[in-house]
Design a protein around this ligand. Structure first.
Ligand SMILES: [Zn+2]
Length: 188
């Protein structure tokens, strides 16, 4: 079994390797401003994040698995993707935040269908990819169909209209996706 410390050093190595091979020495230099920390937690509460001084990565899954897992590698690349995003605002509006999430995912260079699937659902729902994995995704049988999503979006819009004269269709869609990923029968 790996320890938090040994996973943490693997995370550091992986982060350096990714920045250097994909983006070169200048990008690698950006890492010097940050302290990379592994925390003994699952990522269900959105634990992995970048602050102005730290990159925090939830590493419980890797400690249990005894190695740096592929999902964590993707998360590391996503968080580095935020660092590479020069124009990331400190206090973004909601729409801006989604835009910068997309940029971070693009910078993370997803490599295969599974990673792209995480990326797409993460952008749509803002659910952390690790949380999705703990819920058993990606499993094709539990993918949300466009019909279900349409129905859920309609229900969310209806709910939003009660509180606001200007319901947001994109936001409704994200709420619907988030609820359906957790429970396909949420609106049923
Ligand atoms: Zn992000």
């Amino acid at each position: 079994m790996e320890t938090k410390e040994s996973i943490e050093s693997q995370i550091k190595e992986y982060a350096k390797f990714f920045l250097k091979t994909e983006y070169g020495d200048r990008a690698l230099k950006k890492l010097e401003r940050f302290e990379i920390k592994a925390v003994d937690a699952y990522d269900t509460g959105g634990v992995s994040e970048v602050t102005d001084k730290e990159i925090i990565i939830a590493a419980q899954r890797d400690i249990v698995a005894g190695k740096l897992t592929n999902t964590t590698k993707l998360i590391i690349r996503h968080e580095l993707g935020h660092i590479l995003d020069e124009n990331s605002p400190a206090f973004p509006e909601f729409e801006e935040e989604i835009e910068h999430e997309k940029i971070a995912w693009r910078n993370a260079k997803p490599r295969n269908a599974a990673e792209n699937w995480y990326k797409t659902v993460s952008i749509r729902t803002h659910i952390d990819p690790l949380k999705m994995q703990t819920m058993g995704f990606p499993i094709s049988g539990r993918k949300v169909s466009s019909k279900l999503l349409k129905q859920g979006t309609k229900m969310e819009l209806k709910r939003m209209r009660k509180d606001s004269p200007l319901p947001d269709k994109n936001l409704a869609k994200r709420f619907a996706m988030m609820n359906l990923v957790e429970d396909l029968n949420f609106y049923g």
